[in-house]
Design a binder for this molecule. Sequence first.
Ligand SMILES: [Zn+2]
Length: 398
Amino acid sequence: MQKTKSAIKGGNAGRNRGHNRRVVLDYVRRNEPTGRAEIARSCGLSIQAVSNITDALAADGFLQMVGKATGKRGKPVVQYRFNPDQSFAVGLEMRPDALVCAVLNLKGALIVADRIAISNATPARAIPLACELVEKTIEKAGRARSQLLGVGVVMPGPFGESALSGIGEANLPGWQDIDIKQSFEAALSCTVVVENDATAAAISERVAGVATKIDNLCFIYFGTGLGLGVIAGGHAQSGAFGNFGEIGHVITQVDGTACSCGNHGCLETYASRMAAKTYLKARGHSAIDTEALSRLMVAQDPDLQAWISRAAKHLSLAIGMLENIFDPEAVVLGGAMPDSIIEALIAQLSLPKGSVANRKERSIARVIKGASGRNTAAIGGASIIIHQATTPALSLFN
Ligand SMILES: [Zn+2]
């Protein structure tokens, strides 16, 4: 099996302990089974430092010893594996019309997911219902509450007050003025991380999806609107105000379709679930939900086909832009859109030739399909908690 290098190195100074723990844990998680010498070599740490860390991680239950392999000089070498059941993480997606909860083990495998429908999802109404859903889902998963690592709350951005806040049907009502993290922490009595759905989806792909060995990726996320999550050098980008990646409001058509944000020609008005719905409604189709889109796809509906060709043109421009700005190993498309439509969009892309990503020696395609389906964002929320605990970029262990 091909081993990955560790993009983020450890440091041998004592004050780096929390960071080094995550460097080692992340390496073992992605390259198990592995031994101390290999970890030290790949993570830039001394054998002594690695021994201390693996002992501590094994004592805490994060690593398991799995027998011995024969080393270079014929000496038996202890091998380690990551223990995915040391604890668990919960993801909670807040949507204008539904709350979705997912429980994942530390390897990012889904144990159980549940959802409830909701209308008028204001904080006062939605937070108590969400907490109830979290407790019920943990119980269904058969896990002890004391093993809960944290809850990743995922919702569409943008957060706080800005010109893009509170506009359009993709937004939640009344959430601009409250401290979302604090409100959920008080209600759930545990660590809470709040993230937008696209970033959560990108992290989810890195923890357990198509990008476990990719340190630089852009994820275009089909929520109700369109979002972008970016992992650069193994780190999820969040921007100064947590509003990184509002790609839906990037203009791909000068003097184009009017958008709810006040601009004209936003990408989201051409390539999103909302755009598909509007386009099909104008051509006499009714009740366009995800299932209806799947059915139209199976029936090769000419209106949907026409929408896909148009959307693919706008997406191609946006992807070329992302490639030249971020130099990712791949751009991933996924989210709450039927698989068949994402595949058709990818098949119809005509990516710009003038891109840094257009080179002969590629090990993966420029654009690949990520995970999709109705639990994607909630899984992403739980993945953030796992990512924080097991990767070096963030600091749950400090
Ligand atoms: Zn817009």
